[in-house]
Write a protein that binds this ligand. Structure first.
Ligand SMILES: [Zn+2]
Ligand SMILES: [Zn+2]
Length: 142
């Protein structure tokens, strides 16, 4: 938005709109940052609502796009095709999805000993890996 062309009588309204957008963006970012794994859009919506932040699904999608463009979050695409969102700078980790509650958790102990540039039988040079583990989370196992 080019602020230079805003007419004086519209300035106040534009500022309020800008503050609202900033508040919503901060809220979505803090919900994602506080989570113990990547969140789906419905989960982000539910947690924002629990924090008394009035935000619609369409606004969440718009905000997620903006946060991705700013490299503050990135999308995790699960093998099922589901998109979830987590903070951008988490470092290498894997994901664990609970089959009972469907929640996804970050796993920081990599169970796969497969360093970069490991050559597998047949000549496949491994550059990276992304694991999704499935099972039962501590809450559901109890
Ligand atoms: Zn569970
Ligand atoms: Zn993660």
């Amino acid at each position: 938005m080019r602020r230079g062309i805003v007419k004086p009588e519209n300035v106040k309204e534009t500022t309020q709109l800008g503050q609202r957008q900033t508040r919503q963006r901060d809220a979505v970012l803090s919900v994602i940052s506080e989570a113990s794994g990547p969140l789906s859009v419905p989960e982000i919506h539910q947690r924002a609502t629990e924090k008394q932040i009035g935000i619609g699904i369409a606004t969440i999608y718009r905000t997620l796009k903006l946060l991705q463009e700013n490299a503050q979050i990135h999308a995790v695409i699960l093998p099922s095709g589901e998109s979830r969102f987590e903070p951008a700078r988490l470092g290498h980790h894997e994901h664990f999805q609970c089959r009972k509650c469907s929640q996804v958790f970050d796993i920081h102990a990599c169970p796969l000993n497969l360093p970069r540039n490991t050559t597998l039988e047949g000549g496949f040079v491994v550059e990276d890996h992304e694991l999704t583990l499935y099972g039962t989370c501590p809450t559901c196992v109890a």
